[in-house]
Design a protein around this ligand. Sequence first.
Ligand code: ATP
Length: 353
Amino acid sequence: MSGLVLKSISKTFGGTRAVDLVNLTFGEGQLTALLGPSGCGKTTLLRMVAGLEAPSGGVILLGDRNITDLPAHRRKFGMVFQSFALFPHLTVRDNVAYSLHISGVSRSEAADRAGKLLDLVQLSAFGDRRIGQLSGGQRQRVAIARALAQEPEVFLLDEPMSALDAKLREEMQVELRLLQQRLGITTIVVTHDQREAMTMADSIVVMSNGRVEQVGPPQDIYHKPENAFVADFIGKANFFDGVTEPGGIRIGATHLVADPHFVGGSPVRVAIRPERACLDEEPGANRLPAKITFVRDLGPIREYHLETAVGRMVVEYAAGEGGKIFHVGDTTEVRLPPDALHIFPDPTAHDAL
Ligand code: ATP
């Protein structure tokens, strides 16, 4: 096998186009996160990859094999669902060994393989327990071991952490990523949690309304968003609407130095990450008078809310970064470095055309 390829995949339910002409390549041995808001089509896309849902159009290739019409049970794909879907009346070991029994593996070999898988997910000491006697994180590891029992070519996980509390979720993200890297198994994870995607993924696919908005490594998605939706969905951003003019952008009566790459007079949406705006004394373009309206001290991060001529914005400082301390009511200047400004065609102006 060499990767999984989706060509023009669509899915329509009645009048709803849940997935709309998606083209994607999932690299061999890589972990790809499908990320997007509720209802954007992530689960439907994953279910089509799994063979649990037939596409309305398009082709799915595994290496050079066309698997579009191959039934789920013949795909050799491992799947972990939100609910884990474990057998509560069986022991941990039997949950893992069960699928091996039914696929014809002898009882002793199934027990042997289940033992190795429980080792892999660090549950060897829990083999004789029943599912009801496990914590959420342990149940998730049983679900992972069970999915891996079939030695799947592709590993599919739908919101695998959603049943876990926040702290455990972060631990399991790291564990799952380390396990996936150790096994080198092609993996697709559906999530609506950007931190989860950024922690685990080699590549993130950002979706909205059944379409792919951007594909790339986590750092590219964060630092080089291709449109306003991605800039808004991944991380935090301040947004301003303006028009292009020679040498930059006009927002209300303010000219910002920038390199917009659009013809003059184009409506644009400008985004800047809170950590890229500066409350400092350094000379440079785009210094605007600012009034501090709110201060949020989050421990590792200090957040200033400002009022400026281009609108309200939030500026963030990491603790230890130094910088002057401001209080509500202080007036100062904020600097918006031209290379920190992301400039997109204004999506609302586009819709109006
Ligand atoms: P969530 O994060 O809430 O699970 P999602 O991104 O996984 O959302 P999907 O579950 O793939 O989104 O749903 C995409 C769209 O397709 C939604 O509008 C949903 O209502 C619709 N949909 C999904 N499954 C069905 C179905 N079996 N019948 C009808 N509509 C469906």
